[in-house]
Write a protein that binds this ligand. Structure first.
Ligand SMILES: NC(=O)c1ccc[n+]([C@@H]2O[C@H](COP(=O)([O-])OP(=O)(O)OC[C@H]3O[C@@H](n4cnc5c(N)ncnc54)[C@H](O)[C@@H]3O)[C@@H](O)[C@H]2O)c1
Length: 322
């Protein structure tokens, strides 16, 4: 394997800016080039990132300088591009949600295994030292029996940015779910509600709340909102909290805030970019030294099943078992 791993991006939307920064900060990797469906944006980003522009995804994945591929397109096309990378013998870091449904995530996992290649879900929020510390405390039993897990997200997204995404169930709840699973274990049953409160499209929910019964018996409280910022004295922009019988752990974006606009946020939550820097460093380390992602493709399958259960609960007004 090359001394410095060459990375290629399929997709050059907003999230590619965060990944480009992460690759630039990773000593064992460099960004070789990008492909984007619309040429103008692909060329602009390539020039901003100081890398090559590829005319087709096939050319990018086949290029001998590209050792690994980041799939950063819209969720509906993740499977297609991950498969193209595997066919060219290249491992993949795939943005969340990993695919459009649980069967597609299973297919992506199977294709990666058949090719003998790493496929890592882009479950970035848990690549954060304080979240990892919380997990170690829980695993050692230092927090006693986990009673409650909270993963709460309240970050206003303007109409234009929110319109480019599916509603918050698919766009954000995946983050809540894999974070919950990392700290509290697998889900057993969900009960969920959604609402459209501050977005012109009645199909794009900007608020979702899910209560999740975990296999351990603990209960998780998950919510995601694009509808409003939390401007209170102790804001829940992105908050993770675990309450156990013998202790508590908490992590919040609010611990590090910079007064400059983020790409989709009104300010810069330093830990957000930090989680992607750590995620990319972990991916590169797995390619060099082996090991497991903090959240696996099996976790991505469970996450997607939980998303589908949340959607079924909203549609039926009942709680739904996974
Ligand atoms: N981990 C995170 O915190 C985080 C943050 C934002 C986005 N994301 C994920 O990253 C992915 C991209 O999001 P984004 O914010 O860059 O979105 P964006 O709207 O800025 O860009 C969308 C990207 O998808 C491409 N695309 C759209 N339709 C396509 C098609 N039919 N074929 C090929 N390419 C197509 C566009 O060309 C562009 O590259 C999504 O899966 C999203 O959920 C993750």
């Amino acid at each position: 394997m090359a001394e410095t791993l060459g990375i290629g991006f399929l997709g050059a939307g907003d999230v590619s800016v965060l990944h480009a920064e992460a690759v630039a900060r990773c000593s064992g990797a460099r960004l070789v080039g990008v492909w984007n469906r619309t040429e103008a944006r692909g060329r602009t980003r390539a020039s901003e990132f100081g890398c090559r522009w590829f005319e087709t995804p096939e050319a990018l994945v086949a290029d001998p300088e590209v050792d690994a591929v980041f799939v950063l397109t819209n969720l509906e096309t993740h499977l297609q591009y991950a498969k193209a990378a595997f066919a060219a013998g290249k491992p993949v870091l795939c943005e969340k949600p990993v695919a459009a449904n649980a069967d597609e995530v299973r297919e992506m996992k199977r294709c990666a295994e058949e090719a003998g290649l790493l496929c890592m879900p882009g479950h970035n929020m848990i690549y954060e030292q304080s979240v990892e510390r919380a997990r170690h405390l829980i695993q050692r039993g230092d927090l006693g029996r986990v009673v409650s897990v909270y993963v709460l997200y309240n970050i206003y997204h303007g109409d234009e940015r929110a319109a480019a995404y599916p509603g918050v169930v698919r766009q954000i709840m995946t983050h809540n779910l894999y974070s919950m699973m990392y700290l509290g274990g697998r889900p057993r049953r969900v009960s969920a509600f959604k609402a459209v409160l501050n977005h012109p499209d009645p199909e794009k929910e900007d608020l979702v709340l899910a209560l999740v019964e975990l296999e351990s018996g603990a209960i998780a409280h998950l919510s995601a909102s694009f509808a409003a910022d939390d401007l209170s004295a102790d804001p829940w922009a992105f908050l993770v909290k675990v309450i156990g019988t013998a202790g508590t752990a908490r992590y919040t974006y609010q611990d590090w805030v910079e007064v400059k606009k983020g790409i989709a946020h009104s300010r810069t939550y330093t830990a957000y970019q930090g989680s992607i820097i750590n995620e990319v460093a972990h991916f590169v380390s797995l390619l060099r030294h082996g090991g497991e992602p903090l959240s696996t493709m099996d976790d991505a399958i469970t996450c997607q099943q939980a998303i589908e259960a949340i959607e079924a609960s909203i549609a039926t007004g009942r709680s739904v078992a996974l």
